[in-house]
Every structure is written in structure tokens, then in C-alpha cells.
Unconditional design. Sequence first.
Length: 74
Amino acid sequence: MKKARRLVGAVFILLGLVSLIHPRVEMPARKTEVQVLGQRLLIETRRIVTIPSILSGLLIVAGVGLMVLGPRKP
């Protein structure tokens, strides 16, 4: 149980740091092929998601909390 809590805490810290360094994530949403005047055009839309820095900070704090301040045996 203790190892799992530390692993989840480390993953939270890593995700928080990555989202602080690179807060924008681009995802392809849709590709459409259209034919206009004998020419085939490819239209691609992208979805850009920006991760707020407060969420990154909360992930880091939660990770540290899981690793350090977790329940201890009496």
C-alpha cells in the first residue's frame, strides 16, 4: 500500500511538472476531404487544450502530500 501511494504521488508530481513546462496540448479533431473545381482539398481541424497553471500546482502539491503526509502505522 505504501509503495502504491508513493508511485501515485510521483506520477502526480511528474504530470504537474510536465503541464507547467508544456501547458498546451494539440489534438487532431477531424479530417475532411472536399472536392472543389476538380481539386481535392483536405481540411484538418485541431483542438488545442490549455492546462491552467493552478491545476499543475495542485497536482504537484497532491503528489507531495501523497508521498510525505500519507497515513503512517502507529
